[in-house]
Each structure stands twice: as C-alpha cells, then as structure tokens.
Design a protein around this ligand. Structure first.
Ligand code: ZN
Length: 414
C-alpha cells in the first residue's frame, strides 16, 4: 500500500492564518457561531476550497463542505470538525480537524489517486454551542425539529433565527440539511486530545476506540441545621459530614466497581444555611460519572445510590437525587480503529488506543455511519484557552495518519 504524506508547510501556514481570524487583544480567538469572526473564518475556508480546485458546498445548516469526486450518488468518506470556537479560545480545537481534512483532500486530488468513494471535508456549524451546540450535526443527523430552531438563543438573548438572518441565512433551511445514512460511507475526525494523557506519555497519536458516556445527578442530603456551639458532636445531623464521607469513598468505589477509564466528579456543592456558626442542614451537590462501557456506568449508578443511602442512614440524613442527564457511550467502528492501527504501524508512528472523555462530533456522526477519531496531544492537557498548543511534529504525524486512513477507506479497504 502506497504511503502518502501531507504538505507540512501548507498545513502549518493554514493553521497560522486561521488562528489570526477572530483573534482579539487578549490573544483569545472569538469565532462563536455566526459572529463576525465566524463569518470571516467561513470565507477563508471557502476561498481555500476553491483555490484547491475542490467543489464548495454550503448546506442549509451552514455546514461547509469541500468535495472531491462528488457525484451525488456514491456515499462519501467524510472527515470534519468545527471552526467555531468558545469565547477566548485557543487556535486548535476544531480548527485543526477542519484544516487537516481539507489538506487530506488536497493531497489525494494533487496526486490523482484512484478512489472508490468521493471525499468530503466538513466544518460543522455551532459545534461549541453559542445556540445550544451541535446545530450543524443535529441537522445532518436528522435530529433537528422546527421547535429547536425557533427556541434557540445565545446567553445574551439573541435568537438563532436573527443571528443567521444577520449573515444572510435562513435558520429554517437547517431542516433540509439531513444526510441519509447511505450517503456517508464513513466519518473520520482528527482532534486535539484536550486532556493530558498523550502529552504525559509522549505519544503523538491517539486511536480513539470509544467516546465516554455519562450520567449527571443532582443530589441532596438533608439533616438538621442547628447551633454550632451548643450541639454536641454525637447529637448532630450534619449534612456536610455525609457529603464528605461520600467524597472520601468515591475513589474506592471507582477502583472496585469502575474501569481504568472511569471518572467521577463532584463539581458543585451548596451548603445551607451556609454560616460558620451553623451546622449544615442541607447539602446539594452535582455528581457526574463517565465511562466508555454502559454496563460499568449502570453499575456505578447502583453503587453510588447504595453508598449514599448507607451514609445517609449512618448520619441520620435524608437522601434524594434527580437524574439530570444520561448520555450513552459510543464505540468507534472497529474497522476504522483497525485501519488507523495498521496505518500507524506502516508509518512507524507509535500510537495509543484510548478513549475520549469529552464529547465530539464523531459521537453524533456514529449515529448514521461508521465513525473513528484520531487524537493529537494537547500540551499539559490544556484546551478552550489560549494555552492550547500541539507541536507541529505531532500535528504532522496525526495528519499523515488521517490522510492514509482516509485514503485506505476511500479505496474500499474497510
Ligand atoms: Zn472541538
């Protein structure tokens, strides 16, 4: 099998140029969906696509597509990510995946290589969620309904309809952007890890075999608020003592009932009444757990409940909880995982088979097609900030893995 290489100088120049679009004095990038920065980024992408002699297509949800050998009949091998950002963002989250996808199409076109499936490089609209998140993906995967479009607004109260109208688009057109599952042969995405594992292990490429699912609860432990001076320690119903005992047990619960990929977080705590001289009568806290195995997630939910009930009994508290959200884990397509592995081996690039703890576009695309992901390291695991950084050597390796994986899949080797 022929081994292809991306054009490193061109890739680096594209990364650096796009990084300047929407950049403000604080060095952060502001390309929130349908903002001025986003519009400039979109224009830049369109220009690059046309400059490369690829076909440019914008669907009803304002997802941008670069297409090669597109005939409207044969399903495509799609690679993509997003160009919109959170406020004060770094330059790689999403953007790198779009630029690498474009570079892959350019390389395959330039070398006039034979492929069985057309290629698409896609930039999805509002992935980061100015209007709730994953607008473009919801549209493509057929999960959008008129109500969602009508009700979508950003934190300042600007509606999606107005924001799109402002840039000459009709938000309702997003309802017509759905892609039938037989129009996409496979979906690939290269993304920065946004976590510390690859950087810590000094490995350039991650082969993502699953994206973690999660459950998120609101938990309340209720005891009795009372005088902190007059109530003896053995006569208290201190809600915070219940929480702290549970927090202390959390690691052991994961060790005994979770997997090496399990994580759990108590990220928000409210103590009432919240005074230094009052015994906490009530604690309310968030409890979130993630894993790539659905059985482990449901085991963890059971053990958390049992543990919280036992602690509540011991401290004479009342235990209540509410499920806020549950998202199922998504497995990458095993054929794609194997292809990425074989490509890494033939390119002699060390890789790590790993999970993604964060949600990604590939998670939704997996609902309509075979999906797989390639990670490159995030320096110190930093993301969604100007501290975001990946060495160009790692980017080049990841991009070469993406290119050869796309080429093999498009050549029917899946
Ligand atoms: Zn992203």
């Amino acid at each position: 099998m022929e081994i292809l290489s991306i054009n490193r100088e061109r890739l680096q120049s594209d990364i650096e140029t796009l990084a300047k679009i929407g950049r403000c004095e604080d060095y952060g990038i502001y390309r929130m969906a349908f903002s001025e920065g986003d519009v400039q980024g979109r224009a830049w992408f369109k220009n690059k696509v046309e400059e490369a002699g690829l076909e440019f297509y914008q669907d009803g949800a304002a997802n941008l597509h670069a297409r090669y050998q597109w005939d409207g009949k044969c399903p495509s091998v799609m690679m993509g990510s997003h160009m919109d950002t959170v406020p004060a963002a770094g330059h790689l989250d999403g953007a790198l995946g779009v630029i690498v996808a474009l570079e892959c199409l350019r390389c395959i076109k330039e070398q006039n290589l034979n492929i069985d499936y057309p290629l698409e490089a896609v930039a999805f609209s509002d992935e980061e969620g100015r209007f709730g998140g994953m607008l473009g993906l919801q549209a493509i995967t057929g999960m959008l309904i008129p109500e969602k479009i009508i009700n979508a607004a950003d934190l300042e109260g600007v509606s999606l309809i107005d924001a799109m109208k402002n840039v000459g688009l009709d938000a309702m057109d997003a309802l017509h952007a759905r892609r039938s599952p037989d129009s996409v042969y496979a979906y690939l995405e290269l993304h920065i890890e946004q976590g510390p594992i690859l950087d810590d292990m000094d490995i350039s490429v991650g082969n993502v075999d699953a994206i973690a699912g999660l459950f998120k609860w609101d938990v309340a432990l209720t005891g009795t608020a009372n005088h902190a001076g007059t109530t003896p320690m053995d006569m208290r119903k201190d809600a915070f003592m219940g929480l702290s005992e549970f927090a202390y047990r959390l690691q052991r619960i994961l060790d005994e009932n979770g997997s090496s990929r399990s994580v759990a977080t108590i990220g928000r705590v409210e103590i009432s009444p919240g005074a230094a001289n009052v015994i906490p009568g009530k604690v309310e806290f968030s409890l979130e757990a993630r894993d790539t195995n659905p059985d482990i997630l449901s085991d963890l939910a059971i053990v958390f409940r049992k543990s919280l009930s036992a602690i509540a009994r011991k401290h004479e508290l009342m235990f209540e909880f509410r499920v806020l959200s549950e998202i199922s884990p998504v497995k990458s397509n095993t054929g794609i995982v194997d292809t990425i592995e074989n490509v890494c081996k033939s390119l002699k690039i060390p890789f790590l088979q790993m999970a993604s703890g964060a949600a990604h576009d590939a998670q939704m695309m997996a609902g309509i097609t075979r999906a797989g992901m390639i990670f490159v390291p995030s320096k110190d695991g930093r993301s969604h900030s100007i501290a975001e950084w990946t060495d160009m050597d790692d980017i080049e390796k990841g991009a070469n893995v993406a290119l050869n994986t796309m080429y093999r899949i498009a050549g029917g080797q899946l």
